[in-house]
Write a protein that binds this ligand. Sequence first.
Ligand code: ARG
Length: 295
Amino acid sequence: MKKILSIILAVALLAVGAFALTACNDDNDKIVMYTEAGFAPYEFVGADGAIKGVDVAIMSEVAERMGRTLEIKDVAFDFITQYVAESDGYAVGAAGMTISDERKQSVDFSNVYASSTLVIISAEDVAYDSVADLAGKKVGVQQGTSGDEIISYASDAANGGYTYKDGENDVTVTAAGATVQKYQTYALAYVELVNGRIDAILMDKLPAQSLIATQGGDQLVIKDAADLLQEDFGIALKKDAPAELVDTINNVINEWLANGNIAAYTDYFTAVDNYEKNGGEAPVAPEGLKLSWNV
Ligand code: ARG
């Protein structure tokens, strides 16, 4: 009996050991990048089916420098912070994510690598150019984005609208009676706008330009939301993420801001997205701009 028990125990221990080893191996050699790949030029699905863009370039460089593989997971945008917060620390959110106080409660952010202006896409003849203009309108947003947060608060004027700090001053914007339509992807919102089922979309400028350039939209215009401030993008990290990961990300960002690579990748991937969807002349990357990584 004793013998059988010890055999069972030995087998069980072996199994646990083998499991721990695999789990460990997995953890030790990869970085998981959570994103939502409908946000060109930061991330989009290329003609070859692979996800590419500025965020992918940054994280590929980071993974290569750390000798890890990069696993990209395309998920619903509003789950990204939670997935990062619950990860083992080697997972990041690289998704054109706006650094915000609310998100900072659950995740940390890298240095800023890009700034963005929120814009409103609407029909040419109305051309809304402020959140205030959206009062009483049907407004499409990607669920869980800054645009969603802003218009959701602004539409609730009875509860104080949307307030932000501009330097020392509190600024409040309201769009009383706006209806917020939340979509999983911007492409879905865009179809609804083209078909006249919503009046406007509130989103980041470059991805808005990419939508218009690649999905058609002759009667649509893009206007800066004049009553909002610029937003800053950062890579989301688990709080207390491994220092090597944080440092490598910030080093890549600092170097690539200084040498112009961030701007070069932004232009290049804008052109690639446009070319892959509309044809024309294939874009040529500036000399020396790295486009493949050993990850
Ligand atoms: N900058 C906005 C935000 O952080 C929108 C980001 C959407 N990103 C995406 N990959 N779909 O809320």
